[in-house]
Write a protein that binds this ligand. Structure first.
Ligand SMILES: [Zn+2]
Length: 256
């Protein structure tokens, strides 16, 4: 009897045959961790709507407001911890067969689970620290927040540059080299798994097709349909954590 279309073990079967796996993760892997999905109805993101990049650059007032909204969101998911999917990906990486995780998420939960930085590509940056837009110096959020609380102003760098969350705001270019790294790993894998991503936001949405054009099998794991389902070699409608736990177990048992 063929497996049901929502059977999470279908991912494990495909992973067992793969030598170089690349996983793209989206919001679906973090929802069980208490991180709100930007797109879901009633999302707190809609209340504390992030300030776009052009507005952030426009004035000290918008920069301060951007930080107020950012910290309001941080307070909502301050206690978020890595979930089953994050932990399973670390196990898959330790077998050597998961070569890279590309993520659209900015929650830092892949690192918190213990995934090595050299296997992680964060397309939209990381919301757990800040960076000067001028000299790229790193700043810690606690210092930015203290400055905001005390002065009502956004912190500026000593170089005169604006200090911004290390995420990619709407309208902000991706960090140099990020998409190049993502395309390079997508082109050299034999199995590309898009998991928990609605696959509507570019450049993430283009990476599965880059991998497939280079010869990889494409698997989409998501609770909801995606625009790429028709092109995938396999679509599994299930929870990200369920699918990845099964894949981690089979890789550990089938890797010598
Ligand atoms: Zn600076």
């Amino acid at each position: 009897m063929p497996p049901r279309p929502d059977d999470p073990l279908r991912l494990a079967i495909l992973c067992a045959e793969a030598r170089r796996i690349v996983v793209l993760t989206g919001a679906g892997i973090s929802t069980e961790c208490g991180v709100p999905d930007f797109r879901s109805p009633g999302s707190p993101w809609l209340v504390h709507k992030p300030i776009g990049f052009a507005d952030f650059l426009a004035s000290p007032a918008t920069r301060a407001e951007a930080w107020r909204r950012k910290f309001a969101m941080d307070d909502i998911y301050r206690d978020a911890k890595p979930g089953r999917g994050h932990r399973a990906l670390v196990r898959m990486a330790s077998t050597g067969r998961l070569v890279a995780v590309i993520t659209q998420n900015i929650d830092g939960l892949h690192q918190a689970a213990g995934l090595d930085d050299d296997r992680l590509i964060e397309l939209h940056g990381n919301g757990t620290f800040a960076r000067c837009l001028g000299c790229e110096r790193r700043f810690e959020l606690v210092d930015v927040r203290q400055h905001l609380d005390e002065t009502g102003m956004a912190l500026d760098c000593g170089c005169g540059g604006f200090v911004k969350s290390a995420t990619v705001a709407f309208g902000q270019p991706l960090r140099t080299g990020t998409i190049e790294r993502a395309v390079a790993v997508a082109r050299t894998c034999d199995l590309f798994v898009a998991i928990g991503s609605s696959l509507v936001v570019r450049p993430a949405a283009s990476l599965p097709l880059v991998a497939q054009a280079a010869g990889a099998a494409l698997v989409i794991v998501n609770r909801e349909p995606t625009p790429l389902d028709g092109q995938a070699d396999c679509v599994i409608h299930c929870d990200a954590g369920d699918a990845l736990i099964g894949a981690a177990e089979i890789l550990e048992n089938h890797t010598s």
